[in-house]
Design a protein around this ligand. Sequence first.
Ligand SMILES: [Fe+2]
Length: 192
Amino acid sequence: MGRRDSYTHAHAQRVAAYSRRLAIKAKLSVDMSRDITMGGMLHDLGKLALSDTIFSNKQAALSTEMIGEVRSHPLIGAALLQHIHCNANIYHAVLFHHERIDGSGYPFGLHGNEIPLAAKIVSIADCFDAITTDRPYQRRKSRRHAFALLDEMAGRCLDEALVRLMIEDVRIHGMEPIMPRLTVPHVSSDPR
Ligand SMILES: [Fe+2]
């Protein structure tokens, strides 16, 4: 994924880290926390299948057709995971991370507790990282501004109790570092 879109690659790593922190903060089991971390890492796996037009588009506004394609990524990611018979929590995080508490999300428009816990956690981590990092079409917001935006979404889009835990955790432990873009080292074919 990193070769197609370096932002998506770094974003996946930070979402995994925030998801893990939130799972631990919510006192989930070691196994569940591990699954949720992996779900955070893989949440946008389906974006691998999106067309180059989407990746090269640096504008905020997408055509209706492009929006439809972007919105297919949770389904594509989940379909890819079915081939490896992965754990249900990881599968749920990938398939449902764009569902919203009030039913306004996609791809199914699930409400409240119809959304599995793993997906609720990854959604919060995903939103927080999207708000606090530079994207091609949007400058990052300050931590304070990000908390205000999360507050607005709490109970409407995102699980309210989990948002409170996320804000508390970031207040105490800070944000994940934004890593500089890494270049892939050249691997020599010389066996010596
Ligand atoms: Fe996504």
